[in-house]
Design a protein around this ligand. Structure first.
Ligand code: ZN
Length: 81
């Protein structure tokens, strides 16, 4: 037995003791984007689809065919629909 543990680097090796700021920033943005996609992405996509189809973005009520300032179903403002 030589005393060497399999899987560990042999000395001399360098231990990181300071963050790598560019990697830290890139990882932060990357994982924030994934977190945003998983949590808020579906709601944003639903609002975009409803707006594209001429429906109320809050409740999905069909707003086509009449001019409304507010949704007659839920009362949400209908700007740009
Ligand atoms: Zn509505």
């Amino acid at each position: 037995m030589t005393g060497r543990v399999i899987g560990l680097p042999t000395p001399p090796f360098v231990l990181p003791y300071q963050p790598i700021w560019t990697g830290f920033a890139i990882n932060t943005v990357f994982y924030a984007a994934i977190l945003w996609l998983l949590t808020l992405g579906p709601f944003t996509a639903r609002r975009m689809i409803r707006r594209k189809r001429g429906r109320c973005i809050k409740c999905g009520y069909d707003l086509r065919g009449a001019e409304h300032e507010a949704c007659p179903e839920c009362g949400a403002r209908c700007d740009g629909v």
